[in-house]
Design a protein. Sequence first.
Length: 569
Amino acid sequence: MSVGAQARNWTETLGNTIFFEGLDSTSYFLWLDDRMKQPPPLIAPFLHEFTHHWCFCSLVGNVMAFAELRLHALSGRAPAARGVCARDHLALACLSNLLRPIAEGMALFAEFDLDAAPGESNLGTPMTAASLCFAQENGGPFHEMMLQGLRRSADHIDRKASAVYLGDFEIREGYLPGYMLVKSLFLAMSAKVPGLSSEVFLAYLRCYLWEDPGFAAVFATIDSDGPNVAKQIINHFLVRIDTLRLASDLPERVAEFWQAWSAPGLFRPGPGLFVEPDDNEAVLSQMSATSDAIFGFLVSTAAKNDFADMCPVGDVVKLAVGLANLRRFTVVARVAARVRSDGDRWALILRPLIGPERQILWYTQTRPEDGDYEYFAIIPNFAAYMVCLLRRGDKVIVIGQIGHFDPTRHFDDIVAFVTELDRSMAIIQALRSDFETVGYPAIRAKSLELALAECEEHALEVYLTLIAYRGPTDPEKVELERGLLRASGLQSLFADDPEALRTLAAISLLPHHLISLHEFDLEGQLTLTNTFVLRGDLEVMRKVAWEVIKRDQTRLLLHVEGNRARVLV
């Protein structure tokens, strides 16, 4: 199977900033000017990266970011703190090894499985963010059109096959183990919570893990016992997953969570997530006191000459002050632009680095001065609105908005974000460079490197165990699956057959309600796939599907009963 090379989209974890390398910003702004045209082909990577951003803008994500900031700031400057820095580095690596795969799994789930919850649109999920940015209009029918157009595309089928079915079972990127775990959790929760939608599930899982004070508490205190902290993190992760799988009162807890999530105002984690609100407040208070002490130390040492070649302490402190706000927003598109008066209207000339200039005419009452600007489309983490704005230096002018944008409440934060964005990212880059050249060499030790390697291997074992023990099983089946996954992921089930890869990937992308209507009849799913997606040779599709089923001895990929089959991954 030929899978075309894709532009690399990624999310920078410290600043929680998304880089859409595949986005043609000029084309996107022209589409925004006339949304009835076909939207730009960026819905899938947007869903993926925004899901990362959405998870990382959280209690755990923010605490990890501040821990990383203090690690980078202290490790090369404070010899007395190097034990603490080594512990922070190990703890961050350990928790990242555990959360990275499930974060990738959730992002892939958003690409391949996410549907809107029934009823009115709910703010605060990747679905509403994608609809805000890419749907032709708001509302359920437009969500459905947007997703089905995506999931019937040949590129998306190839994307599912290459990212999941041809992926290795490893945790450095973690696509396959993370997606398999997320899918197994969705199936397990769906069996206990009638009518659980994929959108509610994704929001619940995001908060269950990333708003958990148990993970955040690790970084709220200064404890130099690195190996003990690593064990604590692994044990807590396993307890959280087991609690979710074994809970007998999930319907009540999910309902309580979704009611709190959908209510106006600030969401606060509670018993629906197996969390006590006071625990969150205690962690935040502890983290604030620790950070104040650390950055107080940095300010007191700022004048020392031996820091002359490192990122200035004043910049580090400035980044720390603005970091929470920096992490709240996503730049969807950005391009250089020129404003020019044109009678009773004005023209916005888009000036991309590559390609011709393009023009948009505006009639708004807010008329910027003629001259050069940068043009942005920005949304906040919980996707209540999108604003289009012009920036020149520290001057910001909002020229368009979609959704619930309230200038009296939102404008100052948007201005702080967009005016500090480039400076903040430059400071982050300088800090990362400092850590690589000065900070990590200062804390490097054989014991630390061994502990880091052990953490990575333990994380891999955790995912192998969670996948192999996803339901009632026997030791022989467990060992067979662990061996298969370690050796080649799911690849051996397809026997290098591109038709089998495409057929199973296409079936897995069929809307769940259509599969349910056919009562999971495999022949019905093949017919639907052939009619609406692949339009190939039905007999060949039937043959390769049954060959995969025969090779899948432990039902790792498909659950089969007679002529009924359900793709599990």
